[in-house]
Design a protein around this ligand. Structure first.
Ligand code: ADP
Ligand code: MG
Length: 678
C-alpha cells in the first residue's frame, strides 16, 4: 500500500467509516500512521484466573460455552465461561449479541477487561477478546487509546492500524544516521511502531524520546538556520557615540538601573556590527523598557536615519509617541517623532506621510498601519517591536521589505518566557533580560476575593476612590454568555453604574469599539474624568495611568498567570500603593495557580509555573505559536532539549546538506516560516 492510499483500501473501512476517520483528519494511510495515541491502558500483565483481583485484568484462557439471551426488552447479555489451568471465570457482555456467534468454543483467547462482582458472582465485564494465535491489538498488552469521534472507537482505529504494520515497518529514516547512532535513538519506523504497539513501558518511553528528540531537533535547526542566514545579511553600521548616550542619560529624570545600562550597551554593540541585530529584551511589566528603546533610537536618529516603533494597539502607540517625544526633546529629536495609526483621518495621515518624505519625521511610531500605508522607509535602520509576540512573522517581513535592506530589529516583551522555551523557540535571537526593577516601587497588594465578600470589597475600594484614586475592572467577556458564569464587561458596566458605584463616573472600553471611541474613553480616564474603567483585556499591554491604583479582575480563574501578572502591572505605576483583586466566579477554594499569583510578584517564576501546570500550550497561546506543534516533546524536559539543540549545532558545524534529507528539509522550511524573522 502507498502512504497516500485512501483508508477505504483497508478491510472493514467502507465509505461511512472513512467519513468518520475524516472527521479526525485521517484520510490516508500516512495520516493514520501519524495519528499518535492520547494515552495508554496497561493490560500487559496476564494473570492466572485463580490469582485475579478486582480491577483491570488480562487472562489467557479457553472459552467453553458462550450463550446469548434477552433478560428483558432491550437488554441482551452474552455469557461465557473461560478456563485456564488454575480456575474458571464467568464473562459477560451487555448488548453485544454478535458475540455468541463469533466466539469459538475450545479455542484459546486473550481476554482483557474489568473484573468485578455481578449478581454475587465474580465476572469479567465487557472485555476485549482476541485469539492467542493472532497478534493481539486490544488485549494482553499496553493498549493505546486514541482521540475518538462519534461512531469511531479506539478499537476500530487499532484494527485499521493493525493492517498497516508493514507500511510502518517500511518507513524511511528521517534523521541523519550518525544522529540516530550517537544519541542511541530508535529508528523512525521502530519508534512509530512502538507508539501504536508498545511492548513495555520502557519501550514506549524510548519511542517518545526518539520522536520528541526529532521535534526539538527540527525546531532548533530552523532557529539556527534563521540565525546563520541573518548573519550573512549586511545591515547599516550605527557607530556608537558616547557623547550622545551621556547627554541622553543626563536628561532622564532618574538614574538608569544597572540592568538598563547593560542592555543598552549590548544594543549599541549589536548595532555597530555590519550584520542585523536581532535582539529580544525581556523585562517584567514596569522594568523600564521604553527608556531602553529610546536610547537605541537616539543613536540612529543622531546619524540622520529612520527608526520605526510598532505597538500592538493604537492606545499604546499614542502613549509611546508622547513618552518618546518627551524623552528625546532635550536632544533636539522630539519633533522628529511622528504618529501613524489607523484611527487618524485621511488628512492627518497625508500630513504624516509628507513629513516623513521631507525628513521632518524620522521616528515613526504606530501600529500595523505602519506596514499597510505607503510610508517612505528607505532609510530605516532600526525597527523596535513592542510586545513582540503580538506581531505575526508576516507583518515583520513586510516591514523589513519596505526598508529595502535588513534593518536592525529590537523586540521588547513583558511576557517572561521560561528559559527552556526561549532557548528552543528563540534560538536565533539574542536575549537580554531586564532583571532589575527601578527602585522605589512598592509591591502591589494582591488578594483573591470570593463573590460573597463583594460588598465589603466595594466599601474598601470606595475609600480609595474617595481619596482620588481610579480603578480598572477587567472582565473575561464583552457580552453576556449563558454558558459562562463570569460577568461580562457590559453587565459589569451596568452594575457598577446603576448599583454599586452610582456616585462615581464609570466608563466602558472593549475591543469591538471603534478606535476613535476607545481613544476618547481612554483619554477621559487619563484625564480623570472617569473613576472606574470597566474593560476587557484590551488594556492588558502597556497603558500607563499613574493615578490608577486598583485593578479588579472578574472571573480571575479564567485568566492565565502571565496575563494576570500583566494586568496587575497596570496599577502601582505612580506614587500610590497598588491593589489587585482577583474576584472568583464562585466561592469554591481558589486553585494553586491563583494562589501563586497572589503570593508572587516574579513574572518569570509565574511563567515557569504556567508551563508546568498548564503545559506549553498556555504559553504558545499568548505567543501565537500554535503552529509549532510539539506533539511529543515536553518543554520541561531539559535534558532532551539540550541534547537536541547541541545536535542541531553539530549538524550545522559539520556542514551537512539538508538536501540529503528531504523530510527534514521540508519540516525545517515550515518551522522557519513560523519562528522568528527569516
Ligand atoms: P515597561 O518595561 O513596562 O515598558 P516603562 O518603560 O513603561 O516599563 O516604565 C515604567 C515606568 O518606570 C515609567 O513611568 C518610567 O518612566 C519609569 N522608569 C523607567 N526606568 C526607570 C528608572 N531607572 N528609575 C525610575 N523609574 C524608571
Ligand atoms: Mg512598555
Amino acid at each position: 500500500m502507498t502512504s497516500d492510499a485512501s483508508l477505504q483500501m483497508l478491510k472493514g473501512v467502507g465509505p461511512a467509516l472513512a467519513q468518520k476517520f475524516a472527521v479526525l483528519g485521517l484520510k490516508t494511510v500516512a495520516d493514520l500512521i501519524d495519528y499518535y495515541p492520547r494515552r495508554y491502558e496497561d493490560y500487559s500483565a496476564v494473570t492466572p484466573i485463580a490469582q485475579i483481583i478486582p480491577g483491570n485484568v488480562s487472562v489467557r484462557a479457553v472459552i467453553k460455552q458462550a450463550k446469548g439471551r434477552y433478560v428483558r426488552r432491550g437488554m441482551h447479555i452474552t455469557e461465557a465461561v473461560a478456563s485456564d489451568e488454575t480456575d474458571s471465570v464467568r464473562i459477560i457482555w451487555f448488548n453485544q449479541p454478535y458475540r455468541e456467534a463469533s466466539l469459538k468454543s475450545g479455542q484459546e483467547y486473550y481476554i482483557s477487561g474489568n473484573f468485578e462482582l455481578s449478581h454475587q458472582r465474580l465476572s469479567i465485564m465487557n472485555p476485549s477478546i482476541e485469539l492467542v494465535s493472532d497478534m493481539p491489538l486490544n488485549t494482553a498488552r499496553i493498549v493505546p487509546v486514541y482521540r475518538e469521534t462519534k461512531g469511531l472507537t479506539s478499537r476500530q482505529i487499532r484494527a485499521a492500524l493493525g493492517q498497516v504494520i508493514t507500511d510502518i515497518q517500511a518507513l524511511a529514516e528521517t534523521l541523519p544516521e550518525w544522529i540516530v547512532k550517537e544519541q542511541g535513538l530508535y529508528s523512525r519506523s521502530k519508534a512509530i511502531m512502538h507508539m501504536h504497539f508498545p511492548d513495555s513501558v520502557e519501550d514506549l518511553e524510548e519511542a517518545k524520546r526518539r520522536l520528541g528528540f526529532e521535534e526539538v531537533f527540527q525546531l532548533s535547526l530552523a532557529a539556527l538556520s534563521n540565525k546563520y542566514e541573518l548573519m550573512t545579511e549586511s545591515a547599516p553600521v550605527v557607530p556608537f557615540e558616547e557623547r550622545i548616550a551621556k547627554e541622553f542619560v543626563s536628561h532622564v529624570p532618574f538614574p538608569l538601573t544597572t540592568a538598563q545600562r547593560k542592555v543598552v550597551w549590548q544594543i549599541y554593540q549589536d548595532m555597530q556590527k555590519a550584520h542585523p541585530m536581532n535582539r529580544l529584551v525581556e523585562g517584567d511589566v514596569g522594568s523600564g523598557k521604553t527608556v531602553v528603546a529610546a536610547m537605541a533610537a537616539v543613536m540612529v536618529l543622531h546619524h540622520g536615519h529612520q527608526v520605526a516603533l510598532m505597538a500592538p494597539t493604537e492606545l499604546l502607540a499614542r502613549q509611546h509617541a508622547e513618552t518618546l517625544q518627551k524623552l528625546l526633546e532635550p536632544l533636539g529629536f522630539g519633533s522628529q517623532v511622528g504618529l501613524l495609526v489607523g484611527g487618524m483621518t485621511a488628512a492627518q495621515k497625508k500630513r504624516a506621510h509628507a513629513h516623513i518624505a521631507s525628513g521632518d519625521i524620522r521616528f515613526m511610531v504606530g501600529t500595523q498601519a505602519l506596514i499597510q500605508d505607503k510610508v517612505d522607509m528607505h532609510e530605516l535602520e532600526l525597527i523596535i517591536v513592542d510586545e513582540q509576540h503580538r506581531f505575526g512573522v508576516e507583518q515583520r517581513k513586510t516591514l523589513q521589505a519596505k526598508a529595502g535592506h535588513m534593518p536592525h530589529v529590537l523586540s521588547l516583551t513583558a511576557t517572561p518566557i521560561p528559559r527552556s522555551l526561549a532557548l528552543t523557540l528563540y534560538g536565533e535571537l539574542d536575549v537580554s533580560v531586564l532583571d532589575v526593577k527601578p527602585p522605589g516601587r512598592t509591591e502591589i497588594v494582591t488578594k483573591i476575593v470570593s463573590p460573597n465578600s463583594r460588598d465589603q470589597l466595594y466599601t474598601d475600594i470606595d475609600a480609595e476612590l474617595a481619596a482620588g484614586r481610579q480603578m480598572f475592572v477587567v472582565c473575561p467577556l464583552i457580552t453576556e454568555n449563558s454558558e459562562i458564569t463570569a460577568l461580562s464587561a457590559e453587565e459589569m458596566y451596568e452594575l457598577m453604574q446603576k448599583k454599586y458605584f452610582k456616585h462615581r463616573r464609570v466608563g466602558l472600553l472593549h475591543g469591538k469599539m471603534k478606535p476613535a471611541e476607545k481613544n476618547e474613553i481612554m483619554q477621559q480616564f487619563v484625564d480623570h474624568e472617569i473613576d472606574i474603567l470597566v474593560s476587557t483585556t484590551v488594556i492588558e499591554v502597556g497603558v500607563d495611568v499613574p493615578n490608577a491604583s486598583i485593578m479588579l479582575i472578574e472571573g480571575a480563574e479564567r485568566f492565565g498567570l502571565a496575563q494576570i501578572h500583566q494586568l496587575r502591572g497596570r496599577v502601582g505605576r505612580g506614587k500610590h500603593q497598588g491593589y489587585c483583586y482577583l474576584m472568583m466566579s464562585d466561592s469554591k477554594a481558589p486553585s494553586k495557580r491563583l494562589r501563586a499569583v497572589e503570593s508572587s510578584s516574579d513574572g518569570f517564576r509565574l511563567a515557569e509555573l504556567d508551563l508546568q501546570l498548564r503545559g506549553p500550550g498556555a504559553i504558545y497561546g499568548t505567543m501565537q505559536h500554535g503552529q509549532l506543534d510539539l506533539r511529543i516533546a515536553t518543554l520541561t524536559d531539559v535534558r532532551l532539549i539540550a541534547a537536541a539543540r547541541e545536535t542541531a549545532q553539530q549538524f550545522i558545524d559539520k556542514h551537512e546538506n539538508l538536501v540529503q534529507y528531504p523530510y527534514l528539509m521540508q519540516q525545517v522550511a515550515r518551522l522557519r516560516a513560523v519562528t522568528n524573522l527569516n
